[in-house]
Design a protein around this ligand. Structure first.
Ligand SMILES: [Zn+2]
Ligand SMILES: [Zn+2]
Length: 266
């Protein structure tokens, strides 16, 4: 809040020497806390790549603002602050700098999944159901089929975990990062992890498990984030009724580009 106020002051009233105004740092020299916060956010979600390593912090903020269709200011303004604190997926957004245009996908259509651990927030049956329906979001529009297994290895291994949980991407307690998943073709390919410090629900309260799981399985199948606010693969959580949920056109087009349409006779 304080940040926004002095940004406005500096922009509108350019009288830094006037004693009536408390002396505030110029936007170019943010407090070290703000700088650390924005850097932390960018390093997590817009990691520095070969093409972006020369960019200044302002330029990196601009890249992020462009991705989210915010006003491109290169500054830590109110809109940017807000988006940084909203609950979201832990996977990076990558912006327009995807190094490898190679697509990652499964080379088979019949995939197995396994639920390794549960949350205490919901009865097991409700977790099973949310996971099954979240996978159906994708199998309804592609030739993909999912089968649950209880022993041995599975293509998509699902678990709830807190903080550091052995994959180098620790969760962060309640809020902000809700879950993450691994794209096909690499280590832990397809696996999806849910932050158990969140409060999970099957209704419009706290964080709806079905909606987050449907998003995460998009990653498990090879989709990266979309900057389209209306898409399921948009990185931020927003509630909609799971009972009337239909996969937005953009996500449908993207997943069908990878796997094709669902055969009409199945
Ligand atoms: Zn995501
Ligand atoms: Zn994980």
């Amino acid at each position: 809040m304080g940040t926004m106020h002095y940004l406005l002051l500096c922009a509108v009233i350019f009288l830094p020497e006037t004693p009536a105004f408390p002396i505030q740092p110029r936007p170019e020299s943010w407090s070290s806390i703000d700088l650390e916060r924005i850097k932390g956010y960018l390093d997590t979600f817009f990691p520095i790549l070969a093409e972006t390593q020369h960019l200044s912090i302002e330029e990196r903020i601009k890249e992020m603002q462009k991705f989210f269709h915010l006003t491109v200011t290169g500054k830590l303004d109110k809109e940017t602050e807000e988006i940084m604190t909203m609950p979201r997926c832990g996977m990076p957004d990558e912006g327009g700098h995807q190094t490898s245009p190679e697509t990652r996908k499964w080379e088979k259509t019949h995939l197995t999944y396994k639920i390794l651990s549960y949350t205490q927030d919901l009865p097991r049956k409700k977790v099973d159901d949310a996971i099954r329906r979240a996978l159906m979001v994708w199998s309804d529009v592609t030739p993909l089929q999912f089968r649950r297994v209880d022993s041995g290895r599975a293509d998509i291994e699902i678990r709830f975990a807190r903080r550091a949980h052995g994959d180098g991407s620790p969760f962060d307690g309640r809020g902000k990062i809700l879950a993450h998943a691994f794209l096909p073709g690499k280590r832990r390919s397809g696996d999806a992890h849910f932050d158990d410090d969140e409060k999970w629900s099957d209704v419009n309260q706290d964080i709806n498990l079905f909606l987050v799981a449907a998003h995460e399985f998009g990653h498990s199948l090879g989709l990266t984030h979309s900057s389209d606010r209306g898409s399921l693969m948009y990185p931020y959580y927003s509630y909609q009724n799971p009972k009337t949920f239909t996969l937005p056109e953009e996500d449908k087009r993207r997943i069908q580009k990878l796997y094709g349409k669902k055969p009409s006779n199945s």
